[in-house]
Ligand binder design. Structure first.
Ligand SMILES: [Zn+2]
Ligand SMILES: [Zn+2]
Length: 138
């Protein structure tokens, strides 16, 4: 497991063993929902409660260390904050992938047209991933 103490410190977050393990799980999976995260944490910390997991997640979101990815009609997934990007969501298998997008260009134009001061961009494309397409055509 990587040592996340320094990076947690840089976000003013205490490096508890639970948090370190959470981050490791999130990094390994890329994007994880609360149920899967909770399940894997229970293997290591049998007495951890769902409320504790939520509390930790929320404080890491507040500090900007984690980002919540909202998916319509599905549970949110969590990821380590990185450069802004859009998401591809497979409606068949639930896979969530990152996709690079020039969102600065989009928000600049929207801002110009609407007069809004854009502070956040959330873009998620829904569709069917290549492996699921293959299964369908069989
Ligand atoms: Zn799929
Ligand atoms: Zn992402």
């Amino acid at each position: 497991m990587k040592d996340y103490r320094e990076v947690l410190k840089s976000y003013n977050l205490k490096a508890t063993p639970q948090r370190m393990y959470m981050i490791d799980e999130i990094e390994k999976s890329g994007h994880i929902d609360i149920d899967n995260l909770y399940e894997s944490l229970k293997n290591i910390f049998p007495y951890i409660s769902l409320a504790t997991v939520y509390k930790n997640i929320n404080s890491m979101i507040d500090n900007g260390f984690l980002t919540e990815v909202k998916i319509p009609k599905h549970k949110a997934r969590y990821e380590l904050s990185k450069d802004s990007h859009a998401h591809l969501f497979c409606t068949k298998c639930g896979k969530l992938e990152d996709v690079k997008i020039d969102d600065a260009w989009i928000s600049n134009n929207i801002s110009k047209e609407s007069g809004y001061n854009i502070t956040n961009t959330l873009i998620t494309f829904e569709g069917v991933c290549p492996p699921c397409q293959k299964k369908e055509s069989r």
